[in-house]
Structures are given as structure tokens and as C-alpha cells.
Design a protein around this ligand. Sequence first.
Ligand code: ATP
Length: 220
Amino acid sequence: MIGIFGGTFDPVHFGHLRPALEVHQTLGLEELRLIPLNQAVHRAQPVASGEARLRMLEAAVADQPGFFVDRRELDRAGPSRTLDTLLSLRAEFGQQRPLCLLIGGDAFETFADWHQPERILKLAHLVVMRRPEASEPSDPRLHAMLARQRTAEVERLRQTPAGAIWYQHVTQLAISATAIRAALALGESPRYLLPEPVFAMIRATGMYASERSGGDFDAA
Ligand code: ATP
């Protein structure tokens, strides 16, 4: 099984990496692909360039076996739609290999409004990363999807290429890239919220620093 985890990763932080590792371990994924988006569809565009976000991701997962950074969305012009990414992965891996699309519990709340959600579920399983005590989504369209497609059997994920919804309980860390960028703009250190090599790259390039902050964290 291959896991797919897309996002802005502007920058990548432990709130992304720890839940992804828990999914990787629980489901026994062969590989987990982190896919930075090129052009956002429903949110503000990233601050750092695609290449910078890619390099930070590569630094973050360099010593984690089974984690890979996939640049296909950066190489595709225009908005980064999950459907197009899954079609491209299917072209590479064929129709039979199970693909697991990882999404956060918050993102799942709006899944019914994504571009062609039913088609997405025909191309991949959905792995919803949520807190154990999280409440059920309120959207009735999701209830219908869950009633048909939710499974508690890992074997169903392994034995079918797509179409199941799996709830994964994860350690959720209240870390956001927005808060990290805000801290950096104020000249505050984001250390311990993200991998040290990522912080080192941010320091070296002055990424996300405002003119006022100057990015001199070592002096803090
Ligand atoms: P921003 O603050 O810029 O919106 P972000 O930190 O939310 O960014 P993204 O790169 O947009 O990160 O998120 C990619 C994916 O990671 C999304 O599916 C999102 O739900 C999930 N995610 C982000 N932060 C966390 C977190 N702290 N815990 C669990 N999942 C997260």
C-alpha cells in the first residue's frame, strides 16, 4: 500500500510528520509520499517557493525510511487538484495497487465539497487522521459516504485498490504552519515545533523573516 499526503508544507512541521508516521506504522505502508502542492485551490497561496518547500520536506524526512517526497504537483502547471494527482499516480502504479490518501479530520469535514469526491474514492482509500474523541462530521453527504464505505478492517484496505474510508487515531499536535510563519516574522524562534534541519534552512535563507525581525534567531 502506498500512502499519499499532500499539503502546502509551508513549512513542514511535526504536526504533519508525527500523524503521518503513525499511519505509516499502523497500516504497514510500503511507502508514504509527501506531495507539496504547486497552486492551492481553496486557500491562500504558499509564501515560500515550491522548490524551497520541497527542499525543506526532503531535509525533514531524509533519515525516515519509507518516507519520500514527490514533486509531481510542482511539475504540473495550474491548480493542484487531488484528483489529477491520483490519476497521475494510477498511471504510474496501475489500477490494482492500493493507494491511501491521508487527510486531516478538519479537511475531511469539507471533503464532500472537493472536486469530484466520489471519483477520488474510486482512485484511493481515504485515511482520516483524527483525535480519538473527535465528533462525527456534520455533513449528511459524508454520513452517507461513511455508511457505505467506512471500514475497521485493515485487510479491506490491503485487498482492494480504493474506495474504503479508514479512521486513524493519531497524536494531534496543535502546530500550524501559519503560527510558525507568524513567529518567524516577529523574530521568534519556532524551534521544537519542526525538525531542526528545516529550521536550519529557514535560518540560513531568511525565509519567512520580515524586514523588522531580520531572522537572527541565534541572538534571541
Ligand atoms: P497553514 O497553517 O499554512 O494552513 P498547515 O500547518 O495547516 O498550514 P498544510 O500543509 O496546509 O499545513 O497541511 C497539510 C495537511 O496536513 C492537511 O491535510 C492538514 O489537515 C494536515 N495538518 C496540518 N497541521 C496538522 C496538525 N497539527 N495535526 C494534524 N494534521 C495537520
